[in-house]
Design a binder for this molecule. Sequence first.
Ligand SMILES: Cc1cc2nc3c(=O)[nH]c(=O)nc-3n(C[C@H](O)[C@H](O)[C@H](O)COP(=O)(O)OP(=O)(O)OC[C@H]3O[C@@H](n4cnc5c(N)ncnc54)[C@H](O)[C@@H]3O)c2cc1C
Length: 376
Amino acid sequence: MPRRTKVAVIGGGILGLAHAYVAARRGHQVVLCERGRAATGASIRNFGMIWPIGQPAGEMHQMALRSRAIWLDVLQAARLPHRPTGSLHLAYHDDEAEVLREFAEIAPDAGYACEWLAASAVMERSAAVRPMGLRGGLWSATEFTVDPRLVIARLPEYLRELGVAVHFGNAVTHIDPPWIETGAGSHEADVAIICSGDDFETLYPDVFRGSGVTRCKLQMMRTAPQPSGWELGPSLAAGWTLRFYKAFQICPSVAKLKDRVALEKPEYEKYFIHVLVSQTADGAITLGDSHQYGDCVNIFDKPEIDELILREAETFLQLPDFRVAERWHGVYSTHAEKPFFEAEPAAGIHIVTALGGSGMTLSFGLAERTIAGLGL
Ligand SMILES: Cc1cc2nc3c(=O)[nH]c(=O)nc-3n(C[C@H](O)[C@H](O)[C@H](O)COP(=O)(O)OP(=O)(O)OC[C@H]3O[C@@H](n4cnc5c(N)ncnc54)[C@H](O)[C@@H]3O)c2cc1C
């Protein structure tokens, strides 16, 4: 007979791993079930940016900062590397500079540690930035980068050290509390926390139907490791990112920037493209991304999207080796209005998903909130 545990976590992406970690650290017996032989969802397909500066002021920014602090503890305890590089948002147009200057003025009072840098000061911080046309940038030391493939592969091993029973190849097909049924046997648990990413069809499909949760597909690329140990320095975001991240919506000037991009670059607007750049543990550069929303994901990638991303990246980024070594797409779950989605379809069953493009950043903070909310 299986041993009864306090908490069952379903899903081995970052959100499931974070919930298992927080529950285990509170002294609970935890079982984690991941459908795949390894987790291959959004959590291994991203930039690895732990990016509090993208979160809107208030509760979500506070959650991101708390999450960041837990990340650092976890990475150290699990003996995993990270790049404590900070972030640079770059301005190559007057309206981008206006938004960033405005943010640098307002944001410190709202709890963001950031400052506007003139072009020459940006160049001192980053060898990767093209000087031509650069107006300046927003510097923040808070952000750091993890290697998603490495952390998602290795955190389960660390959880096992904490006593978590981690099971791969365990697709949970049905929950009849306290029984968690999987294709490879049953587990008995007092509480089930479902972190199933963008799988809305297997467990409690009624909860997802009409909930406002949907999917978003993103196209991504990676270079080979850059030669001679070349370092990117701060992770980079170009001016168009300011259209998307909610933090910058406190700047009235962002409306003007949005209007210009929509008018001048309709092909970028069509696929909601902006360009972010990060570096993995082995020195490769990750580049993306686009956003295509809808429940039905087109599995066939569009070369034109990759071309648009690369063309934009080349306007501000100088790399020793720009050749693309890998291309892929990722899919995350996201909610039309809320920063994440939660539901309690039955006593002791908690669904949490749809962190959108911020799941790496927020995962540990949200997990702490869930576990406290469940009184565990
Ligand atoms: C291209 C891309 C770039 C991104 N960049 C960043 C970034 O730089 N910074 C950031 O903060 N966020 C980023 N994000 C967002 C972030 O990656 C996601 O929000 C986050 O990974 C979601 O984690 P998750 O655990 O909810 O989902 P997933 O990682 O998709 O994990 C869900 C897991 O649940 C498993 N599962 C599903 N159903 C079952 C079941 N019935 N039984 C057992 N297992 C099941 C799946 O197999 C899967 O492994 C990015 C996302 C993408 C796609």
